[in-house]
Design a binder for this molecule. Structure first.
Ligand SMILES: C[S@@+](CC[C@H](N)C(=O)[O-])C[C@H]1O[C@@H](n2cnc3c(N)ncnc32)[C@H](O)[C@@H]1O
Length: 253
């Protein structure tokens, strides 16, 4: 595995960032750094991972530290047909389980780019991904709303419980549309809400850092994805996830 981040291939777009958005990102980074340090991504990561669709035998064969690091709300790695993929980006890769699953299924000429905002989380991904057979894996510390990557550089993008943490969902999906090549695929697990969030969540200043504050209604999410220029958008597989609903998103460029 290449330990160093990839260098930028072209300048990232630089949308204006409000002070509020930057503060929220700092809260997100601190929260995930703390969770990574305390090995506390989930109270019961095995139960959460298996409920999310992670194959039992594969999960149970993981090194213990990797198995602890699941923090997703679905299993996009399993939903994606790896045929024809040479470059895939895992946005908000966390502890790197989706990246590992895909790397094992791709050949050595393929590249899995595991990207996260939080350096301490990327350290966990490095542990999960070191020595994995199959594709080349690179780690990249970056913001999924401002990707330091060239246009049309990826055949596929996955994201597991990460897009809902974007402070500007429009920027996140515009970046996905930009880095996917024509015909490239997005496969993600994410969250939607029905109606307003519960009052205690709305009143919680940490809500934006805990995946919930930015959760959109499904129709709004669909509109944002389509406005970004993605096609064949499908939001499926609705399942309860705490006070919100986990869904699978697929789309093509
Ligand atoms: C709920 S965790 C999911 C991690 C992983 N995908 C999984 O399924 O275990 C969300 C991850 O997104 C990362 N994240 C949050 N905002 C981000 C951003 N703007 N850019 C990149 N990563 C981000 C966090 O650091 C965290 O690792």
């Amino acid at each position: 595995m290449a330990a160093a981040p990839t260098s930028a291939q072209s300048p990232a777009r630089s949308p204006a960032r409000s002070t509020g958005a930057l503060q929220i990102k700092q809260l997100i980074r601190r929260r995930y750094a703390r969770l990574a340090g305390a090995d506390a991504f989930q109270p019961d990561p095995r139960a959460t991972a298996l409920a999310a669709g992670c194959p039992t035998a594969w999960y149970d064969a993981l090194p213990a530290r990797a198995a602890q690091a699941f923090s997703g709300c679905g299993w996009p790695a399993g939903d994606l047909d790896p045929t024809g993929i040479e470059t895939i980006i895992d946005l908000g890769c966390g502890g790197g389980l989706d990246s590992r699953f895909l790397a094992e299924r791709l050949n050595k000429n393929a590249l899995v780019l595991a990207l996260d905002l939080t350096p301490e989380v990327l350290d966990r991904a490095r542990e999960t991904l070191t020595g994995v057979a199959g594709a080349t894996v690179r780690l990249l510390a970056a913001d999924l709303e401002q990707l330091p990557l060239a246009d049309a550089c990826a055949d596929a993008v996955i994201a597991n419980a990460a897009l809902n943490l974007a402070t500007e969902a429009q920027a996140a999906f515009a970046e996905i549309a930009r880095v996917l090549r024509p015909g490239g695929r997005l496969v993600a697990a994410d969250l939607v809400r029905v109606g307003a969030l519960p009052a205690e969540i709305l009143a919680d200043p940490m809500a934006m850092a805990t995946s919930l504050g930015g959760v959109m209604e499904e129709a709004d999410l669909l509109a944002v994805i389509e406005d970004a220029g993605l096609n064949n958008v499908a939001i499926t597989g609705h399942r309860p996830f705490g006070p919100v609903i986990a869904v699978n998103i697929s789309a093509t460029r």
